[in-house]
Design a protein around this ligand. Structure first.
Ligand SMILES: [Zn+2]
Length: 273
């Protein structure tokens, strides 16, 4: 493949540094990758600096991933080719970062009330960028309340347990519009095709300005990809794809099976104009 357009670093919920992501991408022979950390640009900025300094043949496409909701359903929107200096998006990212801190404080209060003694400062010290529940999970493990991230989530901090306490989400329209205002294109990440209203929702998203959908992803097989390609063609959307690599999901790697080819990438560029 030519480009992997969905990768996370340890500035959000991935476990690898930008440097290690670059190494993996070069080994997989990619010449374009997008770092799409949640609500933060720092991983991109660091990666671009490394590539420039070492003169690597790898372009870092400025990206981001926002959690948003549409009719009560959670939808992840990726922005690609973002101008990080755009005031509208940089203010929004600052706001999301501070909301994330508030959410973590609320969760810790909630845990403290159950006599689980962990502190905000400890959680904060583990977060390099976007703070969130994975960092709380690690502190729970360090204190012996859980033996793995999965167990920490299942026992203490799953969405089911926490109900309305959660990391900030944007309205779907706001997510699409802010990406556009920062010069980027918006992609519906790992779309939930099983939803009965999927086609109609996607049509609605397109009228809001959505540019494309993630057609190829290691999260689903070839038959799902084929279905998504057909839908995307029908709605005249563009196709994106990537690994959604975090570093800890079995079978999900930065490798030549994941991403999009050069022809698809060029189509994506045309949508920018
Ligand atoms: Zn992602």
């Amino acid at each position: 493949m030519f480009a992997d357009l969905h990768i996370h670093t340890d500035y959000s919920d991935g476990i690898h540094t930008p440097e290690s992501i670059i190494k993996k991408s070069l080994e997989a022979n990619f010449t374009k990758i997008a770092i799409t950390d949640h609500d933060i640009f720092l991983g991109n900025i660091e990666a671009s600096k490394i590539v420039k300094e070492r003169d690597y043949n790898l372009e870092i496409i400025p990206g981001v991933e926002f959690s948003s909701f549409m009719k009560g359903k959670e939808i992840h929107i990726i922005g690609l080719f973002i101008d990080f200096n755009n005031l509208h998006i940089s203010r929004l990212v600052d706001e999301l970062q501070s909301k994330r801190k508030d959410t973590v404080k609320t969760i810790i209060n909630h845990l403290n009330k159950q006599k689980i003694k962990i502190s905000y400062d400890e959680v904060l010290s583990l977060a390099k960028g976007s703070i969130g529940r994975p960092h709380i999970a690690h502190v729970l493990i360090n204190h012996g309340y859980a033996s793995s991230v999965n167990e920490a989530f299942d026992r203490f901090i799953s969405s089911e347990i926490l109900g309305k306490i959660r990391e900030p989400r944007l309205g779907i329209k706001e997510a699409i519009e802010v990406i556009k205002s920062a010069g980027g294109i918006s992609i519906y990440a790992h779309p939930n095709i099983n939803n009965k209203t999927f086609f109609n929702d996607l049509h609605e998203l397109k009228t809001m300005g959505l540019n494309g959908i993630e057609v190829s992803s290691p999260r689903y097989g070839l038959s799902r990809q084929k279905e998504l390609l057909e839908i995307s063609k029908k709605l005249k959307l563009i196709n994106s794809g990537g690994s959604d690599f975090h570093g800890f999901h079995k079978g999900i790697e930065i490798d030549s099976n994941n991403g999009i080819n050069q022809k698809e990438y060029e189509k994506l560029l045309r949508a920018l104009k």
